[in-house]
Design a protein around this ligand. Structure first.
Ligand SMILES: [Zn+2]
Length: 77
């Protein structure tokens, strides 16, 4: 299988999917995806997208919560 964007090789991987949703960052770990080795584009199977949407919209209790460091490039000197 090849990348839609650049034609590079894609490989199956488990990735961490991050999404900014309703003012919070959400991380879903162990998401199966095909990742392009060349440009990093991530491709998800339709059922994976369904499961991701379910987990996010159902607002179920997360497995764990992590603190996340936030930087602001606008204030850096
Ligand atoms: Zn690519």
């Amino acid at each position: 299988m090849k990348c839609d964007l650049c034609g590079g090789k894609v490989e199956k991987k488990l990735i961490s999917y991050t999404l900014f949703y309703e003012g919070h960052w959400i991380v879903v770990e162990n998401v199966p995806a095909k990742v392009c080795r060349q440009c990093g584009e991530k491709l998800f199977a339709p059922d994976t997208v369904d499961r991701l949407q379910n987990i996010i919209w159902s607002k179920q209790k997360p497995t764990k919560k992590i603190g996340m460091p936030v930087f602001n490039l606008g204030l850096a000197k």
